[in-house]
Design a protein around this ligand. Structure first.
Ligand code: GLN
Length: 503
């Protein structure tokens, strides 16, 4: 039998269902793998051996009794540490939340638990999801399983690295400007940001509420679809949740046919500034789609040139207000100012926020507070909101010409740890191609399409679709995945050194 941890989630689900593999066996296999490699990778901030095994045992028991179970029942899963999990630490990669144990579950966690998926643990991330490398975690960086001296992307580097290093078959991430898709691109995994409102935000610690969206991190397109259908759908506890059925993403992933599909290559999201090996793999994938019968056109979205600037006004503005609640009065770290015998509340708040937040978080709070201040509000926040409207219009016009849009997910492959830490703007540029989707609320998916010639590291290919048409992403991506399998002989992930079983 193939090694349990090497199976796709879809295959493992079938084996669990037929009782060829028990959930306890699968969960133990993944926990063993975590024990074996996570000292190097550091994908997890917290591993819940006992909790995961007890859920696994109870699912096995229910299956033994012939109960009707969810198709993913018994499948282990890893969760980004920004999602509230009752009884399990949730730190958001920040010191300010060290030791916090949420008293409630996020809606997606309630759904995951109700379906009987053992939660392996919580994954590392940039503090409060701010970053593109996971180096802004207060608990130390995650390393890329392809090369331990390189970043795994961010902010959800932990979820992506866990899936890439076979420490979990499925993971949940969140994407405010690219934090699911860019780590997917860096680690050779599939990452999906669903339509805004498609997956409940209840119980996700908010970064920028009008942009945040949770979604799947997996090794195949079908696996992502299976997880998407489980966590997606209306939630009365989230007022921005869409009151619409989850698009039929599993059926779309199984259909995988691009004949006659109109694919728009976005002129502004490629070319200059993109690494040669990234562009090469991207163009080759477009060529494969063309040969498979897709109709490829070039589309122009001129306002996308301003997306990054608009994002770095809208996002910090929302950050500054969302993070105001970490005031040391309600939860989290509380310290007093040095040398003050009886400090007042404001002094305690200031000292606690100073001690609890890292530099990148502080930078954004300051930027956001400034952008929202009276006198500057119209000039900065107001202008950014107008750009946001223009970006949505560009998308609408492009989707008149094409069913899906495509671009490289990120301009580069994974860079060395430390490379961009002193240069925030270079770090921000990682997300030039992913941010427009968040600003407009449309769904996006990153698919690994091979390795860059110059460094042998994974390259991600991004599909974008109109709001509520997430199924189009899965159909097109599954088709490209199948075409690439012919070309690369599948097992792209198997080529990474730490994944070879060399250890
Ligand atoms: N890298 C982007 C940022 O730093 C996006 C982060 C995210 O999607 N959470 O804001």
């Amino acid at each position: 039998m193939t090694d349990i941890i090497r199976m796709t989630a879809a295959d493992l689900a079938a084996k669990l269902d037929s009782r060829e593999v028990s959930s306890v066996e699968a969960t133990e296999a993944y926990l063993d793998r975590i024990a074996q490699v996570d000292g190097d990778v550091h994908a997890f901030l917290h591993v819940d051996n006992d909790g995961a095994l007890s859920v696994a045992a109870s699912v096995d028991d229910r299956r033994g009794k012939g109960e009707d179970l969810h198709p993913l029942a018994g499948m282990p899963i890893a969760i980004k540490d920004i999602v509230a999990t009752k009884g399990l630490p949730t730190t958001c990669g920040s010191k300010i939340l060290s030791g916090w144990i949420p008293p409630y579950d996020a809606t997606i966690i309630s759904r995951i638990r109700a379906a009987g998926l053992p939660i392996l643990g919580k994954t590392n991330m940039d503090e409060f999801a701010m970053g593109s490398s996971t180096e802004h975690s207060a608990y130390g960086p995650t390393r890329n399983p392809w090369d331990l001296d390189r970043i795994p992307g961010g902010s959800g580097g932990g979820s992506a690295a866990a899936v890439a290093a076979y420490e979990a078959p499925l993971a949940v991430g969140t994407d405010t400007g690219g934090s699911i898709r860019q780590p997917g691109s860096m680690t050779g995994t599939v990452g999906v940001k669903p339509t805004y409102g498609g997956v409940s935000r209840y119980g996700l610690v908010a970064m920028a509420s009008s942009l945040d969206q949770a979604g799947p991190v997996t090794r195949t397109v079908l696996d992502a679809a299976l997880l998407h259908e489980l966590i997606g759908g209306h939630d009365p506890l989230d007022s921005t949740s869409l009151d619409a059925p989850v698009p039929a993403v599993v059926a779309a992933a199984r259909k995988a046919d691009v004949k006659g599909l109109k694919i728009g290559v976005v002129k502004e999201l490629g070319g200059e500034g993109f690494q040669a090996g990234v562009s090469e793999r991207f163009n080759e994938a477009v060529e494969l789609l063309t040969r498979a019968g897709a109709e490829v056109v070039e589309v122009s979205c001129p306002s996308f040139d301003y997306a990054l600037a608009a994002y770095y006004l809208v996002m910090p503005s929302e950050v500054s207000s969302n993070l105001a609640k970490f005031d040391a009065m309600r939860y989290g770290v509380r310290v007093g100012p040095d040398g003050v015998a009886s400090p007042d509340a404001e002094q305690v708040m200031a000292a606690s926020r100073d001690a609890g937040f890292g530099d990148e978080v502080k930078r954004r709070i300051i930027l956001g507070t400034y952008a929202l201040s009276s006198g500057y509000y119209d000039a900065y926040y107001g202008s950014a909101q107008k750009v946001r409207t223009l970006i949505a219009r560009d998308f609408a016009a492009a989707f008149d010409k094409a069913d899906v849009l495509v671009s490289p997910t990120s301009p580069t492959t994974a860079f060395p740890l430390g490379d961009k830490l002193d240069d925030p703007l270079a770090m921000y540029l990682q997300d030039v191609a992913t941010i427009p989707a968040n600003l407009a609320g449309v769904p996006g998916l990153s698919l690994p399409v091979g390795l860059a010639a110059e460094d042998g590291l994974p390259v991600g290919f991004q599909f974008l679709a109109p709001a509520k048409a997430d199924d189009r992403l899965y159909n097109a991506a599954a088709a490209l995945e199948a075409l690439l399998e012919d070309k690369w002989g599948g097992a792209l992930l198997g080529q990474a050194p730490i994944l070879e079983g060399a250890r």
